[in-house]
Design a protein around this ligand. Structure first.
Ligand code: BES
Ligand code: ZN
Ligand code: ZN
Length: 504
């Protein structure tokens, strides 16, 4: 589907979409100035259908034949005093769903009817376009009905959405829509990687798809094979990988958009392509969801693609360690000890706490590059779901300035984050008995914080570091954010990581 910005309200598209917010005082819908015929239709919508501009409310007029349009769709934005960029992403999802259910294949969106409620029209247009771009994702390629020659289940496709402005678009508005397109495309790529089952996206395939996607973007991608991983002493990655028939990989991505003297921002992401738990095997229920255990890595890959495509003026480096966690004959056993890249010995009491093992070496390697900041994303703990549910990504950092920057970036992109505790108590909990560290704490409490404390032990001193636990937000979040797929990967953190890198 194309999202294009156009001047003028007349077009050859079949359906016109008009937004309205709700005036909390009189309970009535607030519309922008419209043509006389459209005004008449707003009267019908309000008087006959009770349309009041509520959030997610719709009113569809088939064969309205107004201003050259066959159909007209009114969509509510909610309380007029609270309309924000997120309201527009949500409204885009409502428009998308309604147009699809009415089998509309192209539509014009009366953009000014939404922009009326904003001071910054460019960022509002960006949010609206992001919403449409993010809705335009469906992972159906493994269904036989998706095959090119299949006639079964073919629904009419929504091919174009034009954002119609009364005046000619400004340079900032045009740029904002282009930016949204790149961000949505890269977030959708992250989702696409995440939605693939473990037998399709193995570590080798994750690396190959990354190399393919990076072609022509200016990104440098280097893939480490087993001998190189051994040479680089990634002890934690090797320890986890030894239980799997699949070879591990490390994907290193670099993008230099700024001068050589500028320190890079580093990203690390967990690329666990399937987590069975290993010898500490997980229970069967919902184990299939552990194909999503590479979503942190996929978010980092999507971020790097977006920064390159946006030609961001930053230097960035990303490291994605990738393996399966399987209970094969050579698998790591509870009690085993390995030595991490930074020389610390680790006893593994629970092989299901494997993310921290593979991330540890990547964090050490990334911090050796002396980055200005190090951001790492992982589906690390079930405990973060208990703490934050599927709304907020948990952020762990001891650096309050870094936390403010993260909060600011997330406020801009609309992805929700929440600061979580990380201190020396949690480090104490991760001390080993017969090794320097243990991979689990003695108790069950504060499991997300103790996991973060383990990761921190692998980061070199002096590197500003933040860990993002995305276990609750990397998939199945459409119940909160309707522009995400009903079931499947969300691509969370791509937009916030891009924003962070650009504004750091
Ligand atoms: N990948 C899981 C974390 C996870 C669980 C993500 C559920 C999403 C949903 C991770 O590798 C894991 O298994 N962590 C354990 C750690 C425990 C053994 C200390 C967990 O959270 O149970
Ligand atoms: Zn695990
Ligand atoms: Zn895991």
């Amino acid at each position: 589907m194309k999202v294009v910005l156009k001047k003028g309200l007349s077009s050859d598209l079949s359906t016109l979409v008009v937004f309205a917010a709700k005036n909390k005082k009189d309970g009535k819908a607030v519309f922008t100035k419209l043509s006389p015929d459209l005004n008449k239709l707003t009267e019908f919508a309000q008087n006959d259908s009770g349309f009041a501009g509520d959030k997610k409310e719709t009113c569809f007029f088939r064969r309205a034949e107004v201003d050259g349009y066959t159909n007209v769709l009114f969509v509510g934005l909610g309380d007029a005093s609270k309309v924000d960029n997120e309201s527009l992403r949500v409204a885009a999802a409502v428009v998308y769903g309604s147009l699809k259910s009415h089998k509309v294949t192209s539509a014009g969106v009366h953009a000014d009817s939404a922009l009326k409620f904003f001071r910054d029209s460019a960022s509002a247009l960006q949010a609206l376009s992001e919403g449409f771009g993010l809705c335009d994702y469906d992972f159906d390629e493994l269904k036989s009905s998706a095959k090119k020659d299949s006639k079964k289940d073919k629904k009419p496709e929504l091919k174009e959405i034009s954002l119609l402005l009364t005046n000619a678009p400004t340079a900032a508005q045009t740029k904002a829509v282009q930016r949204a397109e790149i961000l949505a495309e890269c977030q959708n790529f992250t989702r696409w990687l995440g939605d693939h089952p473990g037998n399709f996206i193995t570590p080798t395939m994750l690396a190959e798809e990354t190399v393919k996607a990076a072609k022509g973007t200016g990104l440098k991608v280097t893939v480490w094979d087993l001998p190189k991983i051994k040479k680089e002493r990634f002890g934690g990655l090797l320890a986890v990988a030894q239980g799997s028939a699949q070879e591990p990989r490390v994907i290193v991505m670099e993008y230099n958009g700024a001068g050589k003297s500028k320190k890079p921002i580093a990203f690390v992401g967990k690329g666990l392509t399937f987590d069975s738990g290993g010898i500490s095997l997980k229970p069967g229920a919902s184990m299939e969801e552990m194909k999503y255990d590479m979503c942190g890595g996929a978010a980092v890959i999507g971020t790097m693609l977006a920064l390159a495509k946006l030609k961001a003026k930053v230097n960035v480096i990303a490291v994605v360690p990738s393996t399966e966690n399987m209970p094969g004959p050579a698998a790591l056993k509870p009690g085993d000890v390995y030595v991490a890249r930074n020389g610390k010995s680790v006893e593994v009491f629970n092989t299901d706490a494997e993310g921290r093992l593979i991330l540890g070496d990547a964090l050490t390697y990334a911090s050796e590059q002396k980055p200005a900041a190090l951001f790492e994303a992982a589906t690390l703990t079930g405990a973060i779901l208990i703490a934050l549910g599927n709304t907020h990504t948990g952020v762990f950092t001891r650096d309050s300035k870094l936390m403010s920057k993260i909060q600011e970036a997330a406020d801009t992109t609309g992805e929700l984050v929440w600061p979580m505790p990380l201190n020396d108590f949690h480090v104490d909990d991760m001390k080993g008995t017969h090794a320097d560290l243990c991979n689990i704490s003695g108790g069950r409490l504060a499991g997300s914080s103790t996991a973060a404390a383990f990761l921190e032990q692998m980061v070199e001193d002096g590197v500003p570091f933040a860990h993002f636990d995305v276990a609750g937000t990397a998939w199945n979040i459409a119940s909160r954010f309707p522009y995400h797929p009903k079931k499947g990967a969300s691509g969370i953190m791509v937009r916030t990581f891009v924003e962070l890198a650009e504004t750091f």
